[in-house]
Design a protein around this ligand. Structure first.
Ligand code: CA
Length: 227
């Protein structure tokens, strides 16, 4: 099956160039030059990865990245024209996975795309443990320890923690968490998520005001802090 890549870039010649480079490598590439249509294209095309230009007329790349991250952990590579933006890509917690500076060589583009895809598709189950500071999440044994003390979680609390911690830095809405952790068949109240988050925080001794692990993104949802 061909991997689908969506390119959001107002310069048509760059879209053509990326199409040329990546289709030679067996990717199916779709381009959208109007930032305002990016979200629609994303929903329709369902890409495995997005290459997103920062400088777009109207709605810019940052805005699009932020919007996509509200509902999806799809890997995003930002295209930057200036080296000065690189720090911003890496520093801002918008959830971009990597960046490419223009002009780029075909080899660099392909290498970055493959690396990001590989990273994003590494099956979580293969990892045995997730480690964040003094917190260890043992995925095989379903055991959680903080500072070498075992923390007893309910099955759902564990599933929720595992889900969030498996995509650090990605913001998930309550809807999305209900869908992913509780499943489509669960017609729960969104407050179910809040209650579980509260219990998790208590058990992990995570400070709400200054969290080490679970952060509230007001008006959006929750995310697991990467570092
Ligand atoms: Ca541009």
């Amino acid at each position: 099956m061909q991997e689908k890549i969506l390119v959001i870039e107002d310069e048509e010649n760059i879209i053509d160039l990326i199409k040329l480079y990546l289709s030679n490598e067996g990717f199916q590439v779709e381009g959208v030059s109007d930032g305002g249509k990016a979200l629609e294209a994303f929903e329709l095309f369902k890409p495995s990865l997005i290459i997103l230009d920062i400088m777009l007329p109207g709605v810019d790349g940052w805005e699009i990245c932020r919007e996509i991250r509200k509902s999806s952990p799809v890997p995003i590579i930002m295209l930057t024209a200036k080296e000065t933006e690189v720090d911003k890509v890496l520093g801002l917690e918008l959830g971009a996975d990597d960046y490419i500076t223009k002009p780029f060589s075909p080899r660099e583009l392909i290498a970055r795309v493959r690396a990001v895809l590989r990273r994003s598709q590494a099956p979580i189950e293969e990892k045995e443990k997730l480690q964040f500071q003094d917190l260890t999440i043992d995925l095989k044994r379903r055991e959680v320890c903080r500072a070498n003390e075992v923390i007893t979680l309910t099955a759902k609390e564990f599933d929720l923690l595992k889900f969030l911690a498996s995509s650090p830095g990605v913001v998930f809405s309550r809807d999305r968490l209900l869908e992913k952790v509780w499943g489509y068949e669960f017609y729960g109240d969104l407050r179910t998520v809040d209650v579980h988050i509260r219990h998790l925080r208590e058990k992990l001794k995570d400070d709400v005001e200054n969290p080490s692990f679970i952060e509230t993104i007001w008006g959006v949802g929750y995310k697991f802090k990467g570092k």
